[in-house]
Design a protein around this ligand. Structure first.
Ligand code: TXA
Ligand code: MG
Length: 340
């Protein structure tokens, strides 16, 4: 068994050492990785994805010793966060060591670091013996890849090796935070929730751009916040109410305005939309199941013959915030909340 698993990983690690780029699994989503310390190699990732030049990459490490190569002045609070959430779906923006990973960090003085928990990702980084810079595996603007069948067509000719790790367990990208004066600022919500972080550090705030729209020329802390993301070609609208019957009523009203609507709904509500094509997002009481299904569902929207998709929202508590953050972007901020 072991040789089957180890060989492709060893081969892919050699590709990294030789300056190539590799499609590999993590517990959140697939990544496209390169040796973070090799600027030429990292440049290939930006080209493969069509990624904007000012949007830095996360550096992935397999053990804490690798951190001293890339980051400095780690505070007590940052250390506590690492001890609590690494390895796992959690990225911290740290002060960067000068003169390294210039392309990966877009020449900035900070670096996003994550230690993934997926055993294949861990072995891959260990074998490569360098921090691996990796964005999500998708052409920029499209939903992140959570299984190879969704992304193989758009990426297979652009990478030098592929490691198949089956479906991504979580399905949403990592939580991204930075620490400012002992307050944790969430820049991108994920499986590690605000509530989880509050158990370790009491002061946690969610950046206004997690749900809010950018104003023209506004500066953001995390460049990824300002770009079009996850949006299908089909026009999508997000609707939510704490009162499920009001939400369903509004969605049916919106559906009537379209010639061929498509509805994305939670398992509990699918029956309410009979007569309309419907994609089941999973149970609203099992948000881990919803996050696991989400990006594949968003990718399916354009395969329907539809003139608009209407998407059910969830409450923004716990993992609901991460799900709503991706959905509001998929809908390009066309969001309506019906008050009760
Ligand atoms: O789960 C994940 O985080 C996946 C897997 C592959 O690890 N990676 C991922 O990378 O989602 P990407 O590049 O798609 O998203 C990284 C986000 C972007 O929004 C980027 O702007 C932000 O993190 N980021 C990276 N480095 C940063 C830095 N130094 N300062 C501020 N934001 C940063
Ligand atoms: Mg991405």
């Amino acid at each position: 068994m072991k040789t089957n698993l180890t060989n492709p990983i060893k081969k892919a690690a050699k590709v990294i050492q030789d300056g190539g780029i590799v499609l590999f699994p993590t517990e959140t989503v697939y990544g496209i990785g390169a040796n973070a310390l090799n600027d030429e190699a990292v440049r290939k990732i930006f080209i493969a994805k069509g990624r904007e030049q000012d949007n830095p990459l996360i550096l992935h490490i397999s053990e804490i010793e690798m951190l001293s190569q890339i980051a400095k002045n780690i505070s007590k609070t940052e250390k506590m966060l690492m001890e609590s959430f690494w390895p796992g779906p959690f990225t911290i923006i740290l002060q960067k060591k000068e003169g390294i990973a210039e392309v990966a960090t877009c020449g900035g003085d900070t670096v996003g670091v994550r230690m993934p928990s997926n055993p294949i990702a861990q072995e891959f980084i260990k074998e490569a013996k360098v921090p691996i810079a990796a964005p999500s595996a998708n052409i920029s603007g499209k939903p992140s890849g959570t299984k190879l069948s969704d992304i193989i067509e758009e990426l297979q000719d652009k990478v030098d090796a592929i490691i198949d790790g089956g479906e991504s367990e979580i399905g949403l990208e990592s939580t991204v935070v930075r620490v400012v004066n002992d307050t944790v600022q969430i820049l991108r919500p994920g499986k590690i929730t605000k509530e989880d972080i509050q158990k370790v550090v009491p002061n946690v705030i969610v950046d206004e751009h997690v749900m809010g729209e950018m104003k023209p020329n506004e500066k953001v802390v995390s460049p990824g916040m300002k770009y079009r993301h996850y949006a299908p070609k089909t026009k999508c609208k997000l609707i939510y109410s704490d009162d499920a019957s009001k939400m369903i009523h509004k969605i049916l009203e919106e559906a009537q305005k379209l010639n061929h609507p498509l509805i994305l709904a939670f398992e509990e509500d699918v029956k309410e939309y009979s007569g309309y094509p419907c994609l089941n997002l999973g149970s609203k009481y099992h948000l881990e199941e919803v996050s696991h299904n989400l990006f594949s569902a968003l990718r399916q929207i354009d395969t329907f013959c539809t003139d608009g998709a209407i998407i059910e929202g969830v409450s923004q508590n716990g993992m609901g915030l991460a799900i709503m953050n991706r959905l509001i972007r998929a809908c390009e901020h066309d969001y309506e909340e019906i008050k009760i």
